[in-house]
Design a protein around this ligand. Structure first.
Ligand SMILES: [Zn+2]
Length: 459
């Protein structure tokens, strides 16, 4: 379906609404189909996106020429693995190489992330794919309706000060008359509000579903448990963005008698997976993306193995990413999920549990408030926040060659000081590589008590 390029018209929004409704219907039908039907839809979408990439995306056009490869050579999910793996740094350095020349400027949305992985980046999404993605929210809402035991549940959202979801919601409203089942967000709070005040608001408003970052909800659950009791608790704690610890999940279930639910998304592919009522892992939206799990050499990992998530977005015709390393680690479940959904299953992303910063005043600041400050820093490839003591914070930055370092340091320093306050001494260092843990991982937030190799200073 093609959409007219003029913004805001009623006709365009009506066409957008039809698109969302069709996506909702398809999402429902697809999740109830058998494995063969799912493969058939997926392969049709793979053929479409590969042809589009080879025709109009500079990176893939050059690649096809170099490899002597035709669109017909890549038909299945397994065939996509024959393309070279793309890393985040390639996307950060040359975002336009992955952008289709056939996607009109006025019909795309740039979604940026400060990066749960400490690597800020931006991805353009075309309007039809954003509307399709919104329609696939139906799968999430169906599970939430079930867990809340209420078809008309009331939700409260605790948003990040800057997050891609609100950009997506605004874009969807601009391009469609949004049905209530997609637009439902209920009341809202912000992560700049203390968890104590959020818990008080939750206890007063009694929403059925509380949505937010996992680590933030974990803290709110703790306060609800200690001060207000289980009768004040929402029925469902629904999180994305970062994770909840196993003990945090157990507290919600056992102490508050509520359910925990999570979904998995990234700026590169919007909706990727969601938890079903069995809590066995995440079902992949296989009609929106192909997910592989690979080892350090890029080989597929078998059931029970652990590896990195590699994604191919099948619907976005603006920034096209096929065989792209997302950086998250998961375990591939050894057994299929008991819910009967034929959608593939992966484990919960690991290492996404955030840390809170304790300030000298005793106040605690969620790291997402600091991550959000990097969202629009286009010359920062990677950052790391090292808390030496409550009164000192070191920011290590890996930046583009062309970056104006004094200006960047001033900007980042002022932004961070605005969140942590004048009582925290800041130092900003430009480095070639970030500190790694003994197992070689880069953690975005490091406490000095953590064991780590020192960063390599820029010579
Ligand atoms: Zn399931």
């Amino acid at each position: 379906m093609s959409l007219p390029a003029q913004g805001g018209s009623l006709l365009r929004r009506a066409v957008g609404s039809v698109r969302i409704a069709r996506a909702m219907l398809a999402a429902r039908r697809f999740a109830a189909a058998d494995g063969a039907a799912i493969r058939c839809v997926q392969e049709r979408r793979i053929a479409g996106i590969v042809r589009h990439a080879f025709d109009s995306v500079p990176y893939y056009r050059d690649l096809a020429r170099r490899l002597g490869c035709a669109p017909e050579d890549l038909r299945t999910a397994a065939d996509l693995a024959r393309l070279p793996l793309i890393g985040r740094r390639q996307l950060q350095e040359e975002p336009e190489r992955f952008l289709s020349e056939a996607c009109p400027r006025g019909m795309r949305l740039e979604i940026r992330s400060g990066g749960s992985s400490g690597a800020p980046r931006g991805v353009w999404h075309d309007a039809p794919s954003v509307l399709d993605d919104a329609g696939h929210g139906e799968r999430h809402w169906a599970i939430l309706r079930h867990l809340a035991a209420n078809d008309r549940f009331r939700a409260m959202t605790i948003g990040s000060p800057r997050n891609s979801e609100s950009d997506v919601r605004g874009f969807v409203r601009q391009h469609a008359i949004v049905p209530p089942s997609v637009s439902r967000s209920g009341s809202a709070c912000d992560m700049t509000v203390s968890p104590e005040d959020v818990a008080r608001a939750v206890a007063a408003a009694r929403p059925d579903v509380l949505l937010g970052y996992g680590s933030y909800l974990e803290r709110v659950a703790q306060i609800l448990d200690e001060r207000y009791g289980r009768e004040a608790s929402p029925k469902v704690f629904a999180y994305g963005g970062d994770g909840m610890s196993p003990s945090g999940r157990a507290r919600v279930v056992e102490r508050l008698g509520a359910a925990v639910w999570t979904s998995y998304q990234a700026v590169e592919s919007l909706k990727i997976g969601y938890e079903c009522a069995c809590a066995a892992g995440l079902h992949v939206h296989a009609d929106l993306c192909v997910v592989r799990v690979v080892d350090a050499e890029g080989r597929d990992v078998g059931p029970g193995g652990r590896g990195e998530v590699v994604i191919s977005n099948l619907v976005n015709r603006a920034t096209v990413l096929l065989n792209y390393r997302l950086g998250d680690e998961v375990v591939v479940p050894a057994t299929p999920c008991g819910c009967g959904t034929p959608l593939p299953l992966i484990g919960f992303p690991e290492g996404r549990v955030e840390d809170w910063f304790a300030l000298p005043t005793g106040e605690r600041v969620h790291t997402q408030r600091l991550r959000a400050l990097f969202t629009d820093e286009r010359e920062v490839w990677q950052y790391q926040l090292v808390q030496e003591r409550p009164s000192s914070l070191r920011v290590a930055l890996v930046v583009a060659e062309r970056a104006d370092r004094p200006a960047l340091a001033g900007r980042v320093g002022r932004a961070i000081a605005g969140v942590v306050g004048p009582g925290v001494a800041l130092s900003i260092d430009f480095v070639r590589e970030l500190e790694r843990t003994p197992t070689g991982k880069v953690r975005t937030v490091v406490r000095r008590s953590d064991t780590a190799q020192p960063a390599t200073p820029v010579a």
